[in-house]
Design a protein around this ligand. Structure first.
Ligand SMILES: C[S@@+](CC[C@H](N)C(=O)[O-])C[C@H]1O[C@@H](n2cnc3c(N)ncnc32)[C@H](O)[C@@H]1O
Length: 267
């Protein structure tokens, strides 16, 4: 089951990579900035900074610029995303210090000990997010810093994203709430920050939101899994709340941003 989900995500994110980069990279930029600011403010030790789930690589260039003495390794499951990230890295002349790899980033043991982990909007994709966060924390060097932003189960009280969640939600994952970040803290780390940054996302129309989410974003994997007919029915239900498809849409979802520091000496 986990292998099937991984294969589905790999295929979906590869297929949508170009459209995702055009549509979502600018929309998600403010959360990337938030996460990077937190990492910068907490001065990780020298070494390697891992960027799991780097997607098309927007954050790789920013991390490399903020930490000119560090090596940066981006990882993503989807070849299509890694292709874009590599283009970005090479285009900015960062190839000697920034590496991008295709692969499952749920365990970072092969990169340990890490100076830092920075990840934006990847953790919620993992089947066992609390365990993954614990693994990433356990791979930090003493004094290493983790800054991770992800979409929690509820991103807004009302709004189009919440409506999509409600129409498609399965059972919440058992470890989703209680074990984040406690499982990670048990790796020998202290919590530096746990907050919920919100930013406005503006869509030219309701239709653009639907198309972006289901053809170029997180709901595309559902389209692959269940097919266009299922998505048409979902679209019909979704649009009941939005009779004017051409109307511009604004909403302010919140992510969850967690920053941890590994204890300097093992306890
Ligand atoms: C919503 S995108 C975020 C991309 C980028 N960080 C951003 O903020 O724009 C989620 C990314 O996580 C990647 N991903 C999902 N599961 C993964 C896994 N197990 N290992 C590595 N990458 C994964 C997907 O391929 C996709 O590129």
């Amino acid at each position: 089951m986990a292998a099937e989900r991984l294969a589905l995500l790999q295929r979906s994110w590869s297929l949508v990579a170009d459209q995702y980069h055009r549509t979502f990279s600018p929309l998600f930029f403010p959360w990337i900035q938030d996460t990077l600011s937190v990492l910068t403010a907490n001065s990780p030790p020298p070494g390697v900074i891992a960027v799991p789930c780097c997607g098309p690589g927007q954050e790789l260039a920013l991390v490399a610029a903020a930490f000119p003495q560090h090596r940066v390794v981006g990882l993503d499951l989807a070849e299509g995303m890694v292709r874009l990230a590599q283009q970005l890295v090479e285009g900015q002349g960062l190839g000697d210090r920034v590496e991008v790899r295709v692969g499952d980033a749920s365990q970072l043991d092969s990169l340990a000990p890490l100076a830092a982990v920075l990840s934006v909007f990847g953790l919620q994709q993992m089947p066992q997010p609390a365990e993954v966060l614990a693994n990433w924390t356990g791979c930090l060097a003493p004094g290493g810093v983790l800054a991770v932003c992800y979409w929690p189960a509820a991103v807004e009280e009302s709004g189009p994203w919440q409506r999509l969640f409600q129409l498609t939600a399965g059972k919440p994952q058992a470890d989703w709430k209680g074990e984040i970040p406690s499982a990670a803290l048990r790796q020998g780390a202290q919590l530096v920050l746990d907050c919920r940054p919100a930013h406005e996302m503006a869509w030219p129309s309701v239709e653009a939101f639907w198309e972006g989410m289901t053809r170029g974003g997180p709901w595309h994997s559902r389209r692959l899994l269940y097919g266009d007919q299922h998505m048409e029915e979902l679209r019909r239900q979704f649009m009941q709340a939005y009779p004017d498809l051409a109307a511009p849409l604004r909403h302010s979802p919140h992510g969850r941003l967690i920053c941890l520091r590994r204890h300097a000496a093992s306890l």
